[in-house]
Design a protein around this ligand. Structure first.
Ligand code: P6P
Length: 333
């Protein structure tokens, strides 16, 4: 048989985003594309270092603690630094918010552009030593008309984001992105140094068979969560749901987008506002979930409708298949 010839029509992320923008007829200055190229560069850098981590002893503590008071792992510090440097150097950003930095970063005039990027440079980092998939999560706002870039450009509802995505670092590097017209997944071809379209037009199944909660918090769960979980673990009809919990949000959300079901990190009696961060964890994942046809809620309100009061505030999160999340919402009514 003839040797499998490599495709000569590879759809790179950059080509795909540009094509999408031209198709939608948006004003294509190329600024968002150039910003996304900078983000791809950071993901390639982080992917390489996560992969090498074990070999060049990047695993383990960096000896510093971040604003969250968590022990910083060396990869955390590396990921944060590369993102801040690359985003500033892109000349396309005005405000940056990182999970690792207490204050928002206002970009100097010389490097200033019209986008704000909020990000968690290496989420799930407590799993680094175990080799579990971890990831970078990001959301993008355009600065308000007339603004030169202040905190008020990022204390806005998630529905005002123009793009959101994550890169998951595992057996391969998968970048999942939406610029507001659906969700696409790209896989890093390290030989080319390009993210190639591998998961076009991701849609969350309307119902799944998986629930993903840290049931180690069950003793603290509020009544609606207790009752909902009971309804899928001891169903009056049909089979019980299967439990899958990786403990790394990017990995749990990625599986939920592809396979369906429900991911939840609810507020409870111990974590009064929940654990996950609104601006750079819940908003981007809610944006992607809705763009893929799913639902993302706190149980009481649509996550993307929340207006943050501060850049590190937390919120309760349920997201995934439309029918599964709507079943959950019924227990809050
Ligand atoms: P728990 C990882 O530390 C993280 O921020 C998310 O990636 C993940 O979903 C969650 O916390 C896991 O928290 O309390 O279940 O270990």
């Amino acid at each position: 048989a003839s040797e499998e010839l490599p495709s000569t029509d590879i759809i790179t992320l950059t080509r795909h985003v540009l094509h999408d923008q031209f198709r939608l007829g948006v004003a294509v200055t190329g600024d968002l594309t150039l910003l996304l190229i900078a983000i791809q560069t950071t993901s390639k850098f982080i992917a390489t270092n996560v992969r090498k981590a074990r070999l060049i002893n990047l695993v383990g503590l960096a000896g510093e603690t971040n604003v969250q008071g968590e022990e910083q792992k060396k990869l955390d510090v590396l990921a944060n630094d590369i993102m801040i440097n690359a985003l500033r150097a892109s000349g396309k950003t005005a405000v940056l918010v990182s999970e690792e930095n207490e204050e928002a970063i206002i970009i100097d005039e010389r490097n200033r552009g019209k986008y704000c990027v909020v990000f968690d440079p290496l989420d799930g980092s407590s799993n680094i030593d175990a080799g579990v998939n971890i990831g970078t999560i990001f959301g993008i706002y355009q600065i308000k008309p007339g603004s030169t870039g202040t905190i008020h450009d990022v204390l806005r509802a998630g529905s005002e984001m123009v793009a959101a995505g994550y890169t998951m670092y595992g057996s391969s590097a998968n970048l999942v992105l939406s610029t507001g017209s659906g969700v696409n997944g790209y896989t890093l071809d390290a030989a080319l140094g390009e993210f190639i379209l591998t998961h076009p037009d991701i849609k969350v199944p309307s119902r799944g068979k998986i629930y993903s909660f840290n049931e180690g918090n069950s003793v603290y769960f509020h009544e609606p969560v207790v009752e909902y979980l009971k309804s899928i673990k001891y169903p009056t009809a049909g089979a019980p749901y299967s439990a899958r919990y990786i403990g790394s949000m990017v990995a749990d959300v990625h599986r939920t987008l592809l396979y369906g079901g429900i991911f939840g990190y609810p507020d409870d009696k111990k974590s009064k506002s929940g654990k996950l961060r609104l601006l750079y964890e819940a908003f981007p994942m809610a944006f992607l979930t809705e763009q893929a046809g799913g639902v993302a809620t706190t149980g009481r309100v649509r996550i993307l409708d929340i207006v943050p009061k501060s850049i590190h505030e937390r919120c309760s999160v349920f997201l995934g298949s439309k029918e599964d999340v709507q079943d959950l919402i019924k227990f809050y009514e």
